[in-house]
Write a protein that binds this ligand. Structure first.
Ligand code: FES
Ligand code: FES
Length: 159
């Protein structure tokens, strides 16, 4: 059995020090140690996108990211994008478009969309679909999800 070690992470702008088995995945630390449960466990194998978080601005599978690979990087979870009082434009748009059914995939999808809008604030529909290609939605809410991302881009561009 592995010995617990001290690790430091920067999550949602806050430095966190944790004592954890170094073999724990980033997703395991976020959910099980830090209580940040927006990122979900789906496949555990970088195949579904439910666990995506931003690492240095890129949407990354936290289920497949060892802790050492996240050290020293800027980690942002859905909780760090916005709050109920001050939601991110994507969060507002997903509510406005009712872009979900069960909601299990949505945290990862908003994270992928946030990475897209950061690098391309005015994406085409095809670019949105391509950016969300790694995120699976079993409920088939894809069309509403794409509409929500385009709406968020449009609203963010409106002064
Ligand atoms: S749970 Fe990480 S990609 Fe599916
Ligand atoms: S809304 Fe249910 S999996 Fe996407």
């Amino acid at each position: 059995m592995a010995t617990a070690e001290t690790a430091r992470l920067r999550v949602n702008g806050t430095e966190r020090e944790i004592v954890v088995d170094p073999a724990t995945s980033l997703l395991g630390v976020l959910r099980g140690v830090l209580g940040l449960t927006a990122a979900r466990f789906g496949c555990g194998a970088n195949q579904c996108g439910a666990c995506f978080v931003l690492i240095d601005g890129h949407a990354v599978a936290s289920c497949d990211t060892p802790l050492w690979a996240a050290a020293g990087k800027d980690i942002v979870t859905l909780e760090g994008l916005g709050t109920p009082e001050n939601p991110h434009p994507l969060q507002r748009a997903f509510v406005a478009e009712q872009a979900m059914q069960c909601g299990y995939c949505i945290s990862g999808i908003i994270v992928s969309a946030a990475a897209l809008l950061k690098r391309n604030p005015d994406p085409s529909e095809a670019e949105v679909r391509e950016a969300l290609d790694r995120n699976l939605c079993r409920c088939g809410a894809h069309n509403r999800i794409v509409r929500a991302v385009l709406r968020a881009a449009k609203e963010a561009a409106t002064p």
